[in-house]
Design a protein around this ligand. Structure first.
Ligand code: F6P
Length: 308
């Protein structure tokens, strides 16, 4: 997100615009936590994860009264347009302001990559690579010590990171909210992996899966003797966020940020700045708000075949 903030600020200044940064997202808009951003204010951040402006899940903004207050703050400061960097919740908020008549452009950013209107979102490449590095290490440990590992990834409502990291990491089982794997089947697939001569076995579980870490670990504890192997769990959690962004993420953030400013300058608002078919695209917020992009679940079958 920092790379996007930098790109938006400097390209807007280049277009003769005055730029303000809002601390802590929509909450900062309600609280008037707004200050000028000059070119030097966004120096030295392109290589830093997260967002130096801060982010928040604002309860107040979900109410109509909160959004009215946000628009009041913008109008009092003479701010004429807004760029919203974020995922589904943020873009639904962006749409709400746009539907109230305020010019808004969204920038697609979430580690879950579940936003419509873009093939890829800012942050997912970095989070996926951090997740994969952890999986690779656990796989090495698993091979050395003949152990099975369960790795819980981020993804409360969406299995994208678990699915992609599972495919790229060669997991034996991938369980995601969109396609659950019951404990009995997990056990059967891990046993089969050992019987095929594997020295390790990996189960990747998305945070939001119903058959999640606790359920699976309880099942394995209860049936340990029947399986003859030990399953250890590692929850990656928020450690996969906040890493220095990959080159792909910096470039995507830079392109989407500059594109967002171009759209604003051309008066094309109420849209999301995204990337599709190797090109920058603008999709109406009305089309993406409140909806999510499905994962490619055919990859689950591919992962099962490749784990053989
Ligand atoms: O939506 C992005 C995401 O990182 C999910 O993958 C994760 O489940 C969630 O946010 C975590 O949110 P919080 O930090 O508010 O618990």
């Amino acid at each position: 997100m920092n790379a996007a903030i930098r790109a938006i600020t400097r390209s807007a200044i280049d277009n003769g615009l005055e730029v303000f940064g809002i601390r802590y997202g929509f909450q900062g808009l309600i609280d008037d936590a707004i200050s000028p951003l000059r070119a030097r204010d966004v120096g030295g951040i392109v290589q830093r994860g997260g967002t130096f402006l801060g982010s928040a899940r604002s309860v107040e903004f979900r109410e109509h009264s909160g959004r009215v207050q946000a628009l009041r703050c913008l109008s009092q400061r003479g701010i004429e347009a807004l760029v919203v960097i974020g995922g589904n919740g943020s873009q639904s908020g962006a749409y709400a302001l746009s539907a109230m008549g305020f010019p808004v452009v969204g920038v697609a950013s979430t580690i879950d990559n579940d936003l419509l209107g873009t093939e890829v979102t800012i942050g997912v490449d970095t989070a996926l690579n951090v997740t994969l590095e952890a999986i690779d290490r656990l796989r090495t440990t698993g091979s050395s010590h003949q152990r099975a590992f369960l790795v819980e990834t981020m993804g409360r409502d969406c299995g994208y990171i678990a699915l992609m990291a599972g495919v790229a990491g060669g997991a034996e089982v991938i369980s995601i909210p969109e396609r659950e794997v019951a404990p009995e089947e997990v056990a059967q697939r891990l046993s089969a992996a050992y019987q095929r001569g594997k020295t390790h076995a990996l189960v990747i579980v998305a945070e939001g899966a119903k058959y999640g870490t606790d359920t699976l670990m309880n099942y394995f504890r209860q049936h340990k003797d029947a399986h003859g192997f030990d399953l250890r769990a590692t929850t990656l959690g928020h450690v996969v966020r906040g890493a220095a962004p990959t080159a792909a993420d910096r470039l995507l953030a830079t392109r989407l940020g500059v594109h967002a400013v171009d759209l604003l300058v051309r008066g094309q608002t109420g849209v999301l700045s995204g990337w599709s078919g190797s090109a920058l695209v603008a999709t109406p917020l009305a089309e993406i708000s409140g909806r999510t992009k499905a994962v490619d679940s055919s990859l689950l079958e591919l992962a099962r075949i490749l784990a053989k």
